[in-house]
Design a protein around this ligand. Structure first.
Ligand SMILES: Cc1ncc(COP(=O)(O)O)c(C=O)c1O
Length: 372
């Protein structure tokens, strides 16, 4: 239809379908007991944040600090970077959008892997960029392919490291080699939402961005710190770009509870240690059980696992849902036959394994094993 009052190109943007919320599944299926293993949140409740959040209640008639003043000071010290290099967002999702808002003129190109975290592509389209996809190779980012797509119109390259939904990562050597080949006028967006979970050879990206102006690294309080419901993440980049992003963001984009909780998060090393230990233990448990079930999966540098199933991964997902277990079937992400499971508590993971085995025995099949 002509004469729509909004930009016509927005009709081409697919709706982002998040993992189904627990409340929704309870309501729709009449279930009491629902376990969400679908959105890469952690299972540990961040008790450390309770006091700070409750204390902040008395201030809710006042706007929050627009510049996240105290959080900025503490985080800058912890990261050993100038505080002018930081930009905070309503989740790191917002930092992705801000980078696009700052750099894209209509028709500029953005390179994304395919498949990868969906928000890059959605937000690129919102900001009138042309999306250029670089297919994964062996379920890993293919840096050569990405480099081959760079041209005069390229403005941003998005790299999820570690990647979602595959759980694979690029190491220091790979990222360093790649950065050397990217022209200085192309921004490399390193999305490190899961970096705390990654192994020792993970890139030291903050050192890398101190040497180059065309890098932004984003991180989040949603994953290892367990604050997904509060929405807070941040970007680290050159002072110049951070200055621009701070100028164009909404003035009060990070709410009071998020700021207070994030400050406490940065002092909660024991919580983080426990999350990492729990994650490592549960990952081992699931690897073992998946092996026993004859399923192929990718060893993950994150708190979730990508599992190869069969064409009917959708049926499995429905079966589990009816039993109160929410997972993510990945047909819509371009990974037909795969699903992703986020690590839950041990009890939840065991429940998932039990239901998975039941499904396999009832349907009398084991998906063909492929190499890991
Ligand atoms: C790769 C990746 N980047 C960014 C995000 C967004 O996180 P946030 O909660 O900080 O917006 C996610 C969330 O799942 C993610 O998987």
């Amino acid at each position: 239809m002509k004469n729509k009052i909004y930009r016509q190109e927005l009709d081409k943007i697919a709706v982002y379908k998040p993992g189904r919320p627990i409340e929704e599944v309870k309501r729709l299926l009449g279930l009491k007991d629902v376990h969400k293993l679908a959105s890469n949140e952690i299972a540990n409740f961040p008790d450390y944040a309770r006091k700070a959040v409750i204390e902040e209640l008395k201030n809710i008639n006042r706007y929050p600090q627009g510049d996240c003043f105290y959080l900025r000071e503490i985080l800058a010290k912890k990261l050993k970077v100038d505080k002018e290099r930081l930009v905070f967002g309503n989740g790191s999702d917002e930092v992705i959008a801000l980078a696009l808002r700052a750099l894209i003129n209509k028709g500029d190109e953005v390179i994304v892997a395919y498949p990868t975290f969906l928000i890059y592509e959605i937000q690129a389209k919102v900001h009138s960029a042309r999306v250029v996809r670089a297919p994964l190779k062996g379920l890993r980012y293919n840096l050569e392919e990405i480099l081959s797509k760079i041209n005069k119109r390229t403005k941003i390259i998005f790299i999820a490291n570690p990647d979602n939904p595959t759980g694979t990562y690029l190491n220091q050597k790979e990222i360093e080699g790649f950065l050397k080949k990217v022209p200085a006028n192309v921004l490399v967006y390193l999305d490190e939402a899961y970096f705390e979970f990654a192994p020792a050879d993970f890139p030291k990206s903050i050192n890398l961005l101190k040497k180059r102006k065309n890098i932004i690294v984003s991180r989040t309080f949603s994953k290892v710190y367990g604050l997904a419901g509060l929405r807070i993440g941040y970007g680290i980049t050159s002072k110049e770009l951070a200055g621009v992003l701070n100028r164009i963001r909404d003035p009060f984009n990070v709410n009071r509870f998020a700021q207070a909780a994030a400050i406490t998060a940065l002092k909660s090393d024991n919580f983080v240690k426990k999350v990492l230990l729990d994650t490592a233990r549960e990952k081992k448990y699931l690897y073992r059980e998946l092996d026993k079930a004859g399923l192929s999966f990718i060893k993950s540098a994150t708190n979730f696992i990508l599992i190869k199933f069969a064409k009917d991964a959708g049926k499995l997902s429905e079966y589990l849902l009816r039993r109160g277990i929410i997972i993510r079937e990945l047909g819509g992400w371009g990974l037909k036959g795969f699903f992703r499971v986020t690590l839950g508590t041990h009890k939840e993971n065991a429940k998932f394994v039990e239901a998975l085995k039941k499904f396999l025995s009832q349907s009398g099949k084991v998906s063909g094993r492929t190499k890991k």
